[in-house]
Design a binder for this molecule. Sequence first.
Ligand code: NAD
Ligand code: MG
Length: 304
Amino acid sequence: MDDRTRDSRDQYTFTDPSALYAEFDPKRQHQPEPGLEAELEPKPDLGEHTYRGTGRLTGRKALVTGADSGIGAATVIAFAREGADVVMSYLPEEEADAQRVASIAQDAGVQVFTIPGDLRDDAYCRELVDRAVDSLGGLDLLVNNGGKQVYAESITDLSDDQFDDTFKTNVYAMFWITKAAVPHLTPGSTIINTTSIQAYEPSPVLVDYASTKATINAFTKALAQQLAPKGIRVNAVAPGPIWTVLQVTDGQPPEKLEEFGESTPLGRMGQPAELAPAFVFLASAESSYVVGETLGVTGGKPTP
Ligand code: NAD
Ligand code: MG
């Protein structure tokens, strides 16, 4: 996409979805976890130039984990442009990415707070919620999006520590944060969890990760029924292959990067900017009758 197209396009512009982002051609690259988007080439589209808000989240108070980069960052930018104040959670070593995204979000004229910490730490998860409630003056929108994905060719290479870390980051943190958040949520509040196509189509090298994503789906559907009578809606978004730093921090074998996303019916990887509208929909009052749903954004990869 050249700059002229960028300037004139927003998420409401009709384009050929199979031809979008045709210039994206990532080469093999590697970073240690959690990785910095600032060092990723090419840079993912977070919707910086394209997301146009229409006031759909005016006055909402949102907490987003994994908010410094990728899908979480695109969601923060979209929420801010829709009028929500946002608290961003991420790891301390991601400060540079977080500050860039916070600054873009603040340009929308909303309040943005950053509370870094480690999701594997239950004390941080609880403190995150308390500090978010204090900063925002309440909470009515929670996005559990932070996640760990590291491939292992064989179960005999999958260390106990990695198995534990993947479950702590992807599942336990969602439990700890949600449990701490629910007492603050009033009717009309929404919780959105990030699951994955991996919940349905698990890769042989992602045994631990895929298992956490299937768990997130079941957690979402069970909790959604529990909280619906209180007027709190719980849903999930299931991304397909999306270009983020997760992929180059051993999210998958490096040799797979060059063909990333090509097996989808659209024939390409997705961008974080293409996920944000799904989160906005589930967060907004428009989805008032959508409960316990997993919204696939997979480029056409079938979901049940
Ligand atoms: P990303 O690396 O940009 O975001 C993941 C974030 O998780 C990191 O930025 C980091 O802030 C956070 N995180 C990881 N470990 C943490 C820890 N111990 N403590 C605190 N924060 C931690 O990558 P992304 O692809 O945008 O990932 C966001 C979510 O989307 C994840 O749940 C991931 O599983 C999910 N997902 C991604 C894809 C994809 O293809 N990129 C596909 C399906 C699902
Ligand atoms: Mg990051």
